[in-house]
Design a protein around this ligand. Structure first.
Ligand SMILES: [Zn+2]
Ligand SMILES: [Zn+2]
Length: 335
């Protein structure tokens, strides 16, 4: 670097410089749902939750077909992009960004398509039933799902609603990024809260040591599938760097040892929370949402250990919700 003059960098130059060190953001790829479906099918073979994983694979396939249809969604205006950037807030906060009616139309179309790919049974009936539900019902359920309110949430249809919301927010992020390419203010970048998705403000589903990033750790959004950089060995809930330990499943329980070693729980003794940490280098094809679903036994191990108190799960997987112990279970939910 020369010392001739102080120069203010343009956003493009800043992006290039940041890219030389580490890419902060990886936005969802066009094949995000197809990859997830592929991974779910691979994980389903011989798995205790095989039927559920295969159902979610069908759902991800339907999401992929819907995303490929390139339906346009209303995008943020320049004033909104500018305001979010100045405030250090995510541009498309899932809880507050007005959901355009197109999300419901797309959800219904996706459910009809999904039902045509499923054999007769409870899953097909649930897809058909939800596609006929009122706008009000879909909005109420979506609101509860995004805000983590388990009371009154219909758990049977929650994964279907979640799939529709994932589709909508992936579209929003992808189409906003495409529309703003080269614009003076980048729509997505660092926000004040490093633990929340910089695009939609959602909590991560898991964290991933990305391949080709020299072991750098990224948090993966459970809603819009964006991945953002977050330093290693630091709690993703309270941001403490003390008291961090890793737990993984032991091979003795008959689990696939390759998969078990590739997914660990990063545990924080300061706040008592954990988030899964995934290593694609140890298991090629790993996908955060799919591998989180397939490693439920790790959640059970960490949250209900034989010795001592359990830790609380921090990651949110909208396709498989965990009820909070201090909340009343929804009616009809047996154990
Ligand atoms: Zn997100
Ligand atoms: Zn913590």
């Amino acid at each position: 670097m020369t010392a001739t003059s102080q120069k203010i960098l343009s956003p493009e130059e800043i992006a290039v410089r940041a890219g030389e060190q580490l890419t902060f953001l990886h936005l969802p790829e066009p094949g995000v749902f197809a990859e997830r479906a592929l991974r779910l099918r691979a994980l389903a073979a011989g798995h205790a939750m095989g039927d559920f994983l295969r159902f979610v694979a069908e759902l991800a396939d339907a999401q992929h077909r819907a995303l490929s249809a390139r339906v346009a969604v209303p995008l943020p205006a320049f004033e909104q992009i500018d305001a979010a950037a100045r405030a250090g807030q995510p541009l498309l906060p899932a809880l507050h960004w007005p959901r355009a009616p197109v999300w419901r139309e797309s959800l219904r179309a996706m459910l009809t398509d999904l039902a045509s790919h499923l054999a007769e049974g409870p899953a097909r009936a649930a897809a058909r039933q939800l596609s006929a539900a009122s706008d009000e019902h879909l909005e109420t359920q979506a609101g509860r799902l995004l805000s983590g309110v388990m009371l009154g949430l219909d758990l049977a249809s929650a994964p279907l609603i979640a799939a529709g919301l994932q589709l909508h927010f992936v579209r929003l992020v992808q189409q906003t990024a495409a529309a703003q390419a080269g614009a003076p203010v980048a729509p997505f970048g660092r926000i004040d809260d490093p633990t929340a998705c910089p695009c939609c403000g959602s909590p991560p589903v898991a964290s991933v040591e990305r391949l080709g990033a020299e072991g750098a750790r990224y948090l993966a959004c459970g809603l819009c599938a964006t991945q953002w950089h977050y330093v290693r060995i630091k709690c993703t809930h309270c941001q403490s760097t003390k008291g961090i330990s890793l737990q993984s499943l032991v091979a003795a329980d008959g689990d696939d040892t390759g998969t078990a070693a590739a997914v660990q729980a990063e545990c924080c003794s300061e706040c008592g929370h954990y988030l899964k940490l995934m290593h694609p280098a140890r298991d090629n094809g790993l996908e955060p949402v799919a591998d989180d679903l397939a490693t439920l036994t790790l959640d059970l191990l960490v949250s209900n250990p034989d010795d001592g108190p359990g830790l609380q799960r921090h990651g949110v997987n909208l396709l498989l919700l965990f009820g909070e112990a201090d909340e009343a279970p929804p009616p009809g939910r047996g154990h």
